[in-house]
Each structure stands twice: as C-alpha cells, then as structure tokens.
Design a protein. Structure first.
Length: 400
C-alpha cells in the first residue's frame, strides 16, 4: 500500500536546508556503517533515504506553488536542480549503506584507509567515567578545539540528528563525529579522557593490485567530497572557475572508475574469495555518482541560470557553511603554511581551494604557504567560520 504524504508546513528555504543537511549526514553515516560494519547504522541511512524522498516531493510542490511568473520559474529551476542533486547524493549514501546491509565484501585495508582519508568519520561511546558527561556541546566547543564536529548522537535505539549547542552528553551516548583526520586523536582523547589508541587492521596477505584498487577508491572518496564542497561554493559565490573545476573532477572520476575496474580484475586472480571485491566496485560507483550530483549543482553556474536568493540563504543556514576569506597583506597568517596554522584542528574549517592571482590551487596541502591577497575557499561550522575570520584578520594597536 503506497505511503500517504502529509501536507508540509515548511517553506522552500527550510526544505532545501533539510535536504542538504540530511544528504550530508547520510553520507557520513554510510561511511561509518562501512568502517564499523554496523548494520544498524546502515538501516538508519535507508530510513533517512525515505525522509529525503518526502522532502524532495514537498520541494517540488512548494516550487510549483511559488512560481507565478516566467522569471520566477527560471530562478526556481536552479533551486530544484540543486535539490535533485542533494537527493542523488542521498541515493549514493544509500548505495554505500547497502554494502553492509547486503554483506558485500570490503577489504580490511579499505576500512583502515577510509579512517585516514582527508575527512573522516568516527564513533565514540561515552563511558560512565567520561569527563564530558553532563556537559553541552556548546560548552565543549569540540569543532573548534578538535576539528571534529558531532553530527549525530545515538541513545539506545533512538537518534538525535539536530544536535545543538544546548545538547547535553549523557553516559552511554554514542557520538558520531566528522572532521579532518588530524583531529581524530584529539577528539577521542577529549571525550573519553583516555589516550587515543589507533585501531590496527591486519590484512591476511598484502596484494599489490588490491592495494592500488583501495588507493583509488579512497582517492575517489576524497575527490567526490571535494566536488560537492566546490559545487556549493561555486553557486554560493557564483564563480565559474570553481564550477569548471567541478566539471574537471567529474571527468577525472570517470577515468578513475575505469582504472579501478582494471585493478579489481587484476587482484581477483590473487584472492580466494572474490566477493570481498564487490564492495570496492560498489563504493567506487557511489563516489562517481556523488561527483555527478556535484556537477549538476555546478551546472547551474555553467549554464548561467539566475538563482533565487533563497538558495544562498539555505546554504548559509545549513549545518556546514561555505566561506570566502580575502587575505590582506597585514594578516598574521601571511607566509605561514597550512600545516603551521592547523586550521582544521584550531577552527574546524577545511580549506578546499586557494585563488592566487588568476590561478587556483585545489586541495592545498600542509606545505602550502598563504600569500598576501590570496582568496581562501573553506567549509565548516558557523563557529569555525567566526574563528577563521578572527585568525586571518589584521590586528592593529590603538593609535596605528
């Protein structure tokens, strides 16, 4: 019997914020399910996929009601295009979760490498002796202190997704956090009060072809997430250079998928159970699908579609914000490297790209030095954005 969809009281901006946040949450939980081989988390991703279907339905209805003139319809077409892309990202998350639900094979090397990817997810259980019990997330400022932000809390069989500053941590809570890999040990030690112990994975037998396949999958994960961040930034700042880069990444992802297929077939000759390779192909397909969705967002700019202001408002009000920093010559970060600044662990903000003159630097590394007049494109939390602005601002003494 088909499900009846009730009337929605949310406006278009609220729906778009909900779709963006839910799709990104699903992606993080899906990777968590793969890392920890947790069917319960995978099932929760599928449940959220149903929620996304409902949100998209309401979005379409609301858009049809809102468009009264041809120019309004033209503006809202871009909003619907972005909403459809968010739905596609959610579908890709569902595909990743199905790796666990359908018991597809995942090499242990992949689980280890995903944990050490540029952005990682972690799961921490709050024991009775944890120093954070009874404290709110606002008091702890985990994202600024560790670079890892809590995206969801599991309490028994129930989940809390709308984590706020006044959300209190209780004994027995299971925290799911996302952030830069450098913040993982800091976050774990802060919330547990115990030294961080790196989880060791022991592959049965090193296979060179399999290692190459795993490296490609992790690189595809990193590039797909970069594509999404750059795509939203391209639309938010209406920047064609960023949109062009998303298109280039999408083409690179296609080639990487073909290369992965080659190495998986090569490694199949050396493994006893080829089922452990199915998950690799499935995860790569999902990552490529995410990059396709990112291109759909960037295509709004490439096609010169005039966007309704509601899109910019929604992106700014979502859990993860995109920001642009113009580095003045007097800024204290000039001539410092990203490694020295430790922006991810100090502010929770991740620098995706740097514009230097007419040239763009994508995925800048720890050795990348900040120069005067650079433009930084970063993503992270609202609090992290404020911290980043303070860190990069020029400081003058009274009378200067």
């Amino acid at each position: 019997m088909p499900k009846k969809i009730e009337h929605c009281s949310q406006n278009m901006k609220e729906l778009l914020v909900g779709m963006k946040d839910t799709s990104e949450l699903m992606l993080d939980l899906a990777y968590s399910a793969v890392i920890y081989d947790d069917e319960d988390i995978a099932e929760e991703v599928i449940r959220l996929e149903d929620k996304m279907d409902t949100l998209e339905y309401h979005m379409k209805i609301t858009a049809m009601q809102a468009a009264r003139r041809i120019d309004e319809a033209h503006q809202l077409s871009g909003v619907l295009k972005a909403a459809s892309a968010a739905e596609n990202i959610a579908n890709a998350a569902g595909d990743i979760a199905n790796i666990v639900r359908l018991k597809m094979g995942i090499p242990t090397e992949l689980k280890a490498d995903i944990r050490e990817a540029e952005e990682t997810v972690t799961r921490v259980t709050i024991e009775p002796d944890s120093p954070v019990i009874g404290k709110t997330l606002g008091e702890l400022k985990l994202e600024i202190e560790t670079g890892m932000g809590v995206i969801a809390i599991r309490q028994g069989s129930s989940w809390i997704y709308d984590v706020e500053k006044d959300t209190t941590i209780l004994a027995g809570d299971i925290l799911f956090a996302r952030g830069h890999d450098e913040g993982l040990p800091i976050f774990t030690e802060l919330v547990t009060g115990k030294p961080f112990v790196k989880r060791e994975y022991k592959p049965t037998e090193p296979i060179e072809d399999l290692e190459r396949a795993v490296d490609i999958v992790v690189e595809m994960k990193n590039k797909s997430e970069l594509s999404v961040g750059l795509a939203y930034s391209a639309v938010l700042f209406y920047n064609k250079d960023l949109a062009d880069e998303v298109e280039i990444l999408e083409e690179e992802m296609d080639q990487m998928k073909y290369e992965l297929q080659h190495w998986v077939l090569e490694s199949a000759r050396h493994v006893e159970d080829v089922d452990i390779l199915r998950g690799l192909l499935h995860l790569a397909n999902a990552s490529e699908f995410i990059s396709d969705a990112a291109y759909e967002i960037a295509d709004i700019v490439l096609r010169d579609i005039e966007l309704h202001p509601i899109f910019m408002m929604a992106v700014r009000e979502s859990d993860e914000v995109m920001t642009k920093i113009n580095v003045d010559g007097c800024s204290p970060i000039v001539n410092m490297t990203l490694g020295e600044l430790k922006l991810e662990t100090e502010t929770g903000m991740h620098v995706m790209a740097i514009k230097r003159g007419s040239r763009w630097i994508y995925r800048p590394g720890s050795r990348t030095k900040i120069k005067s007049d650079d433009i930084l494109i970063a993503r992270g939390s609202h609090d992290g954005e404020t911290q980043l602005f303070e860190m990069t601002a020029c400081h003058f003494k009274l009378g200067e």
